[in-house]
Design a protein around this ligand. Structure first.
Ligand code: ADP
Length: 594
């Protein structure tokens, strides 16, 4: 509701336009009465012997235009109808466009709010939530949730007013015939309902079958290599053929019912109209004996009543869908914003002396410790290599430094000050992070290298960083050089090229502290040499924590930490650890021999 509040004024205007549209719509139909009377040769315009309330109303409102000669009266009525229809449609347009304005405005505000909120959530949230899920909540669910605004307004309000106006006119034309209509018309709905339900059931089954078809297609695209390797083409073709067959059969079954629905409802409708004609026209005790100029507008309005009533009965269904969607949106909005600083945090001045991990314990889930009392010291300007088997807790350990996660016990100190004292943004500004999985954004090479620094980085600085990262050469070869668009919808880069872009990114920021997660996958010799050289330049004059996979990096480190099962097992320099003949020596010889 908070999202709708800014639009209160527009909301009222929409409401008024909807009311005007409904009233004018009814008014147009009542104008049929004088029109028909004039057509049937009655020159008296609206004056009848036993006028209905509608006719009395018309006499007051438009009587002036109908009193004189017949030709002039006919012209005037036609003109009045035209004007009423035109004004009504202006009101319909106004209500519709204002409604759309509100709905999309609310959707935009909600998305912006949701996006800002998501950015304040910790990394844990992004690991829990699947990317696709989050995208669908951002785009589809917000859309769906806001539909309630236009559904409630345009559909609910407009249709309720329309129904009220129509019913008022019908009752004033003939209350007996109106009551009869209200009794027999729902009978059509009662007959149609089972058919409609069957159609919906068959359609939802067909939709499910279509899901199967899509699943098979995407499976075999992703697994194309496997399919070919196992010569399973014929099998997959059969599987796909069966699924497609199933789907098309289901659609035909649903269609058969759907094409049946219309003739049935039309026949029933014709029956009801016939009943109304007999009862409405015939005089005496078995009928109402309506004048034809009243009866024709009556039938017209009664038929018009169907669509707002239908829309109204569908409202709960739409509302339910919208509510479910908004629940999913609010589920995310209710996530605690755990990546924002409380007021009064200090700005991190940078590193002068050392970083200390002091008895750090950490668990993602209560009870299952990933780090078990890690004590480490990294002196300023030192390169510390962290090695150990996969799952040892290496990534978890380095994630503590930028405060992506917080220690469960113990603390991490920078020059004696716990990291929690510092604001996250200022802390993260002192660090560069180069990870195995280089994210390349759908943007130019320049913007990718200057990511986060777009305002400050000059083209010269970007190029200097690219040169130092051994990336300038291949960037020059790209179609538009530094202005070439990269990423999903742009140029694809090789693994080594991506790594060098990431290194250039870090070099440009020139952070005093560097967190490096070396890529495990081997590159070709030339690519490897270029990346190695770039990394060597990146390490110069920095305090570095590196999750090391390359012997050259490990051998050069000032300190090697062997982590296993969340504990530090060995520490020292390369040669010392080799000589000690412990776990490092075993890991090392494993690596050397394959
Ligand atoms: P390494 O980097 O040494 O391979 P990690 O620090 O990535 O090890 O992981 C250490 C342990 O923590 C593993 O058992 C892993 O399954 C677990 N783990 C890592 N990230 C999460 C997470 N977001 N939620 C739950 N468990 C996690």
């Amino acid at each position: 509701m908070d999202f709708v509040r800014p639009y209160a004024g527009v909301l009222v205007a929409t409401f008024l336009a909807a009311v005007a549209a409904a009233v004018l719509d009814g008014f147009t139909f009542t104008l049929l009465i004088p029109f028909l009377r004039l057509l049937f040769g009655d020159v008296s315009g609206v004056v009848a012997e036993a006028p209905t309330a509608v006719e009395k109303f018309l006499t007051v409102v438009v009587g002036f235009a109908l009193g004189t000669d017949r030709a002039a009266a006919v012209r005037n009525v036609v003109l009045l109808i035209l004007v009423a229809v035109a004004v009504k449609n202006v009101a319909v347009y106004t209500a519709g466009s204002l409604g759309a304005h509100i709905q999309e405005g609310v959707a935009r505000d909600m998305r912006a709010h949701l996006y800002a909120h998501i950015q304040r959530l910790g990394l844990g949230f992004f690991q829990r939530m699947k990317g696709g899920q989050l995208v669908s909540r951002m785009i589809a669910d917000t859309e769906q949730a806001c539909r309630i605004v236009s559904a409630a307004l345009v559909s609910l309000v407009q249709n309720v007013i329309l129904i009220a106006v129509y019913l008022a006119i019908l009752f004033s034309l003939s209350w007996r015939l109106t009551l009869l209509t209200l009794v027999v018309a729902p009978a059509i709905a009662a007959v149609m309902r089972p058919i409609q339900l069957r159609i919906r059931k068959r359609l939802s089954k067909a939709l499910h079958d279509r899901g199967e078809v899509t699943a098979i297609v995407s499976e075999t695209i992703e697994g194309a290599r496997l399919v070919k390797a196992h010569s399973a083409e014929a099998y997959e073709r059969r599987r796909f053929g069966d699924a497609v067959e199933n789907y098309s059969k289901g659609i035909v079954r649903a269609q058969r019912l759907a094409v049946l629905a219309h003739p049935v409802s039309e026949t029933l409708g014709a029956g009801v109209v016939l009943l109304l004609v007999i009862f409405g026209i015939s005089a005496g005790p078995s009928g109402v004996g309506m004048r034809p100029e009243l009866f024709i507008p009556f039938i017209a309005i009664a038929l018009r009543l169907v669509s707002p009533v239908k829309a109204l009965t569908q409202f709960p269904m739409h509302a339910e869908v919208s509510l479910a969607a908004s629940e999913r949106v609010f589920q995310i909005l209710d996530e605690a914003e755990d990546d924002v600083d409380p007021p009064g945090v200090r700005a991190c001045p940078g590193l002068a002396g050392q970083i200390v991990f002091d008895g750090v314990w950490f668990a993602y889930e209560p009870g299952s410790w990933v780090l078990k009392g890690v004590d480490l010291t990294v002196r300023s300007g030192e390169v510390m290599a962290i090695v150990g088997p996969s799952g040892a807790g290496k990534s978890t350990l380095v994630d503590l430094l930028p405060r992506f996660i917080e220690p469960s016990r113990g603390q991490v100190l920078m020059d004696g000050v716990p990291l929690s004292v510092y604001g996250r943004r200022s802390l993260r500004r002192t660090m560069g992070i180069v990870s195995q999985h280089t994210v390349i954004f759908n943007d130019t090479v320049r913007a990718n290298i200057a990511y986060g620094e777009q305002e400050n980085a000059t083209p010269q600085a970007v190029e200097a960083a690219a040169r130092a990262a051994n990336a300038h050469g291949f960037i020059e070869q790209l179609p538009q050089g530094y202005d070439t668009v990269l990423g999903e919808r742009g140029m694809r880069l090789s693994g080594g090229e991506r790594q060098r872009i990431a290194i250039a990114r870090a070099l440009l920021r020139d952070p005093p502290i560097l967190i490096l997660d070396e890529a495990t996958s081997a590159l070709d010799t030339e690519g490897e040499r270029l990346v190695q050289q770039a990394i060597a330049r990146l390490l110069e004059n920095r305090t570095v924590l590196v999750i090391a996979h390359r012997l050259s990096t490990v051998a050069r480190a000032d300190q090697i930490v062997v982590l296993d099962g969340g504990s530090v097992l060995e520490r020292g320099r390369h040669q010392d650890l080799l000589d000690a003949g412990g776990i490092y020596q075993r890991l090392h010889s494993l690596e050397m021999h394959g």
